[in-house]
Design a binder for this molecule. Structure first.
Ligand SMILES: Nc1ncnc2c1ncn2[C@@H]1O[C@H](COP(=O)(O)OP(=O)(O)OP(=O)(O)O)[C@@H](O)[C@H]1O
Length: 828
């Protein structure tokens, strides 16, 4: 694979061999309905794998269970078997009563008619799973979807007759729970709730879904049902506790994967720095991960390997496929047609055709977004290329798991993008290959999520005092008191009641926390393309921004925040846009504080004020074309943050000149980026200047002259934001940061990293809990990058409000070394 690469380039930083494993089979459980077993056998499943029987039996016997095993390990069968068996048995009992073949009332032990609910994070996955269940054609099973695409005419039929309803959290929230009276029979019989791909319920969305599932349980209980929850998850750490937090009921976990797996070789790849191009502030530019992926994909196709390349953006996926085709056209034109792109927006039939073509070898190379990650039955490929870290280890293994055939060894190539987390990972393979997959973070106690969810719960059914615990006890009580003050709810001796005639459901968006969404509309056609959270509108759809939708590209002409409208026109420019913003932060309350002799680490509530002041246009190579100023209003965000302070003495400055130069108003400024774990190592001077001021330096101090402090903190902040996703299952775009050489609320040099959502989604807490490994990884990521004074792979941020100035890479290494020294010396 490295054959075509110039001898001076050494992109492969690590190679690991992961062994294969043979399948472990189990018996079909004795309770399994013969018709279901026969149907599964007909589909080629001769016997279940051990973990499938184990999980299925928990569910059938009424224990809440989460199955958390690898890609293509047959998680669907684990829930289909118990649900279909119950549905089939229930229908038989009903039929025999109706047919008068059983004495009335039904004999003891005869199953009552039951129903089941299936929830998936996306409509496409729900449709795939429904198709799979329907194709089994088990007698008595009437599976149907109920989502935004279900025609009105069919909805009554589904409510009245379906016994397995496939839906998503959005529809459960707006269309089912809000009108539960119309679903009374369904709820009365509800015996099982399947929550598929539950690891995707994280952050604000996850917190909403956690409360939604509590609402679902309460409504079911109201009708006398107590459904068992069956959750399917990619491999994650502590699946039982995550599933229990998500559902609010105690779940057992099945984690031992008994499905067969081929051996795999994993190569970590860092694109080389280019001599001929420079990026922002003259920083060096690496060959892009997309271009590198095209090259690798073309080489794999030439070798005849069936390969899948995962790219983060839809446009990137298309460009990677085009790039590979272009390379092949020069080498072997007959292979050009064996490469294609795949992205969301494809019809199920197109997806099936594509899966078939890839499995049969008619297609050899497919470049895709993560649209192929969930619920697509492609496994056993020869190679998978990942262009950039997909955000979580769970996703990394989900994507990598598509490679691996029994017999031959398969290849996984991870190509680093130019950001600090990717840089860290390719230089610290253990962080990628040997760490347990992280647990998804969610925080159902976030008042910004809890308040609207409680409003919906109350509008569904009055809330009694004992039920308060279900929604978080004291946190719920506080929120209810506020709702009562707003005269939305009334307290009576028996509990809380919704007072308004209006149902709050339509106003509550469960995929974000911000009120009215901004509609993105194509001016020419008047077609609505999508919506954007009001909190991120100035960022995502500012005038001049490139907006991507279903693989097509648009440019924003106008953003009207008053009317909630962004007008765009179709255009496919040869550049991308990056907004620039100025951010200020103030501490509202400090919840936790630890002192470590000159360094303190805090967790608390903050107010963040931000204003998008312009944007950069860049070529795909990273080259900056120009900067355009913008005049947009300030936005404010009340959220949670983790921050650390460093004394002037430890920084090595005397504190008399703590100004941070260009760093925004009041000595504040912002940046944001992505992130990784442990490492100590000697303090490395990352550039020729070196951080150290010899003589008079505080022991363990950073030894920085005052003028270098702002740049050092700023660089340390960018890299820390970059690495937090490795500890907090967030995306770098979910968090932000501010650093300053002197902050008026702390009275010291401070680096803040804050949640990007109102009320927070639990990310700051994670950062606080993992402060040492997080900052150690941050420092390691910076040290690992061989650029001289900072580039996007270490300390530059793609959304820095200050155009990535000032940044002091060596200073950041010194500050982080000092902070870590203090944490380790004074920590418990
Ligand atoms: N016991 C079995 N024996 C043989 N094949 C099986 C068995 N169980 C499931 N399969 C097959 O394995 C494939 C993957 O199953 P499935 O899609 O349910 O896996 P999954 O764990 O849900 O995957 P993902 O990680 O993509 O969500 C399917 O083609 C399915 O038919």
């Amino acid at each position: 694979m490295t054959a075509g690469i110039p001898a001076r380039e050494h992109p492969v930083t690590h190679v690991a061999d992961l062994p294969g494993r043979a399948a472990r089979y189990a018996e079909w459980p004795s309770w399994a309905d013969p018709a279901v077993v026969a149907a599964l056998r007909d589909c080629g499943v001769s016997a279940p794998w051990a973990h499938q029987t184990e999980a299925a039996s928990h569910a059938y016997e009424g224990r809440h269970v989460v199955i958390s095993t690898g890609t293509a390990s047959g998680k669907s069968l684990a829930y289909q078997l118990p649900v279909l068996s119950r549905l089939a048995a229930g229908e038989k009992a009903k039929a025999s009563v109706r047919g008068g073949r059983v004495a009335e009332p039904p004999a003891r032990g005869a199953a009552p008619a039951v129903t089941a609910l299936y929830l998936s994070p996306t409509k496409a996955l729900g449709a795939d799973q429904l198709r799979s269940v329907s194709s089994l054609d088990v007698p008595g099973v009437r599976a149907a979807s109920f989502d935004g695409d279900t025609p009105m005419a069919e909805r009554d039929w589904v409510r009245a007759h379906a016994n397995w309803v496939f839906t998503n959290p959005d529809m459960l929230h707006r269309g089912i729970l809000s009108a539960h009276g119309r679903w009374a029979t369904f709820f009365r019989r509800l015996s099982c709730v399947v929550v598929d791909e539950c690891h995707s319920y994280r952050g604000v969305f996850g917190s909403h879904v956690a409360l939604l599932l509590r609402r679902l349980r309460r409504v079911a209980e109201h009708y006398g049902a107590s459904p068992v929850f069956v959750l399917a998850s990619a491999t994650t750490a502590s699946p039982a506790s995550f599933a229990s937090r998500l559902t609010g009921v105690s779940c057992v976990a099945v984690t031992e994967d008994a499905s067969p797996r081929g051996a795999r070789t994993v190569a970590l790849w860092e694109p080389p720095l280019l001599d001929e191009l420079t990026g922002e502030n003259g920083a060096p530019v690496r060959r892009s991960a997309g271009a590198e992926t095209s090259r690798i994909l073309a080489d794999l196709v030439l070798e005849g390997a069936r390969s899948l390349a995962f790219i983060r953006s839809r446009r990137g996926a298309e460009l990677a496929a085009l790039g590979a085709r272009r390379i092949l056209s020069e080498v072997d034109p007959s292979l050009v047609e064996t490469v294609a792109a795949y992205r969301s927006g494809y019809l199920p039939e197109e997806r099936r055709a594509l899966e078939g073509a890839l499995l049969s070898g008619r297609l050899l190379g497919v470049a895709t977004t993560n649209a192929l990650e969930l619920g697509v039955d492609i496994a056993g490929l020869d190679a998978v290329v990942l262009a950039g870290y997909p955000g979580t280890l769970a996703s990394f293994w989900q994507q990598a798991g598509r490679a691996g055939r029994s017999g031959d060894s398969a290849l996984v190539v991870f190509v680093a993008r130019d950001d600090p987390l990717d840089t860290y990972l390719v230089h610290h393979p253990a962080a990628l290959l040997s760490r347990p997959v992280e647990t998804a973070v969610l925080d159902p106690a976030n008042p910004y999520v809890l308040a609207p969810q409680l409003a919906c719960a109350l509008a569904e059914l009055p809330l009694t005092l004992p039920e308060l615990e279900v929604f978080g006890g004291a946190a719920a009580q506080e929120v209810l008191a506020e709702l009562a003050e707003q005269k939305l709810v009334r307290r009576r001796s028996s509990g809380w009641y919704w007072t308004s005639r209006d149902r709050p459901h339509a106003e509550v968006g469960i995929r974000g926390t911000g009120g009215e969404q901004i509609a993105v509309v194509e001016s020419d056609s008047g077609r609505m393309l999508g919506t954007v959270d009001p909190g991120s509108a100035c960022f995502a759809v500012h005038p001049g921004a490139v907006y991507l939708h279903q693989g097509a590209s648009y440019v924003v002409d106008e953003l009207d925040l008053e009317t909630g409208l962004a007008l765009v026109h179709a255009e496919n420019p040869d550049w991308t846009t990056t907004p620039r913003e100025v951010v200020d932060i103030s501490v509202l309350s400090t919840q936790e504080k630890q002192d470590y002799g000159g360094v303190s680490v805090c967790l608390g509530e903050v107010a963040v004020t931000s204003q998008v002041v312009g944007y950069l246009r860049r070529r795909p190579s990273g080259e900056v074309i120009d900067h355009t100023p913008l005049d947009l209003p300030e936005q404010s965000l009340r959220t949670r943050a983790v921050w650390y302070t460093v004394s002037a003495e430890l920084l090595g400055s005397d504190g008399s000149d703590g100004s941070d130069g260009e760093v925004g108003t009041g000595g504040h400024r912002v940046g944001t980026e992505s992130a990784g774990p442990v490492g100590t190592g000697e303090e490395t001077q990352a550039d020729g200047r070196g951080p150290v001021r010899e003589g008079g330096r505080t022991p363990g101090g950073a030894g920085l002259v005052p003028a270098r402090v702002p740049g050092a903190l700023h660089a340390a902040e960018h890299a820390a934001i970059g690495l937090l996703p490795l500890f907090a299952t967030c995306d770098r775009w979910d968090i932000g940061g501010v650093s300053t050489a002197w902050h008026e609320d702390t009275g010291e040099a401070t680096v803040f990293v804050h949640d990007g959502h109102p009320g927070g989604a639990g990310f700051a807490e994670r950062g606080y809990a993992a402060i040492v490994p997080w900052l150690a990884a941050t420092r390691e990521a910076i040290v690992s990058c061989e650029c001289p004074t900072g580039c996007p792979s270490c300390v530059q941020s793609p959304k820095c409000g200050n155009g990535n100035e000032p940044l002091d890479k060596a200073g950041a290494v010194a500050v982080l070394g000092t902070v870590l020294g203090a944490l380790r010396q004074h920590g418990t």
